[in-house]
Design a protein around this ligand. Sequence first.
Ligand code: NAP
Length: 246
Amino acid sequence: MATAIITGASQGIGACIAKRLAKDGYDIVINYYPSEDGKAKAQDVAKECEAFGVKTFCYGADVSKFADCEEMVKAVKAEFGTIDVLVNNAGITKDGLLARMSEENYDAVIAVNQKSVFNMMKTVCSVMMKQRSGRVINVSSVAGLYGNAGQFNYSASKAAIIGMTKTAAKEFGSRSITCNAVAPGFIQTPMTDALTDDQKNAILNQIAMKRYGQVDEIAGVVSFLASPDASYVTGQVIEISGGLSM
Ligand code: NAP
């Protein structure tokens, strides 16, 4: 049985990706930020994954910390033996205009959204290199492709993920490890529920399809990138935004 790790999978897009990859037949590692609430939510996601007949492993780790990621990957290796798919999904926002952005808010977003991708890829890819196979799917954002006023820190982190994805595709390609990114637009999750109605309406006006995306519309593309159908796709960024950027 193949194994998939999804970071930040206690809710939102990550939880949906976990369930979709469980449906696809993967044993699932549900990473959550260490807290009682996160653990309870991860366990609920695990139950839904198990309904597809796969094994699950919930692991609390702060993915912005290298040591946490190393421990998690070691534990996953001991539990399942192989790591076939890594989805770097964990992310946060701490929005504000650059003129008013604190150094603390800049550093926090870079640590969780960007450094985590280094932490997880460095530890997981060494396992995949030995296996000579693997799929890495990084969750970027349209903010990383086009920028977004009020998201200097977030856009920086998500643009960096694109560079990391393309570089890893070049470094690991000869070992049959693919690395791609998805760049969601406006998807209905707890993260975007926090926006004001004015912000939501302004975004809606720019979307060709005139609706927000749903989490399963991200999970479906991730499922494709993890599947045999995507065996010759690497170093790519797939925008999933309902035509936001056109
Ligand atoms: P969400 O509902 O806030 O979920 C984010 C998940 O990441 C939560 O489970 C959160 O756990 C976890 N997380 C945060 N910090 C973590 C850490 N240090 N270590 C481990 N886990 C951590 O957000 P979402 O909307 O599903 O977003 C998922 C990804 O998609 C993010 O990378 C986001 O930037 C990206 N994205 C989202 C949209 C959108 O419209 N929603 C658009 C483009 C890109 P806690 O809640 O317990 O902290």
